[in-house]
Design a protein around this ligand. Structure first.
Ligand code: HEM
Length: 139
């Protein structure tokens, strides 16, 4: 749930891009063939209509009953994309994240350093703008 919530608020791949191969209508919008459509994951992932009024808060337990119960419709949660080009490595990524977190948390405690400034920035991926200084204690 912590990993899912982190990928919701800070999806590493922030933009999804698709090209309209034919003229297409999306809702009320006429999209001509050849148009590049960019979808912002952070905007979808923090849409209050889909996630509720606490959409901007870090609340891992929103995933307690799975993605479908955390948001409506479930397709607004797209950290690994969706459809035929969905991330081929998503299962490996989730296993890696669980193993790394479990190993680190079994040996160390982490707290943000007083020097930490919360400033996520959009580069190729979403990154902490001023790094991630941490206070690390051996357990
Ligand atoms: C937290 C880690 C990761 C995130 C957030 C992530 C996210 C994504 C996203 C958003 C896409 C585009 C999906 C789309 O356009 O619909 C993608 C594609 C892809 N990812 Fe990942 N990914 C991660 C880890 C990995 C890993 C570990 C691998 C390989 C071992 C991998 C391999 C790929 C490949 C090959 C594609 C292209 C698939 C295609 O175009 O058919 N990813 N990933």
């Amino acid at each position: 749930m912590v990993i899912q919530e982190t990928l919701r608020l800070y999806p590493p791949a922030s933009m999804m891009m698709r090209e309209a191969l034919t003229d297409v209508k999306i809702g009320d919008l006429d999209v001509p063939r050849g148009t590049i459509i960019q979808v912002s994951r952070p905007m979808l992932h923090q849409d209050k209509d889909a996630w509720g009024p606490d959409a901007g808060e870090f609340r891992p337990d929103r995933f307690a009953n799975g993605v479908a119960a955390a948001c409506r419709p479930a397709h607004v949660y797209l950290p690994f994309g969706h459809g035929p080009r969905t991330c081929i490595g998503q299962n490996l990524a989730m296993v890696e994240l669980k193993v790394v977190l479990a190993r680190l948390l079994s040996r160390f405690a982490f707290a943000p350093s007083p020097r930490y400034r919360h400033a996520p920035v959009f580069r190729l991926t979403i990154e902490p703008g001023f790094g991630l200084p941490l206070l690390v204690t051996r357990l």
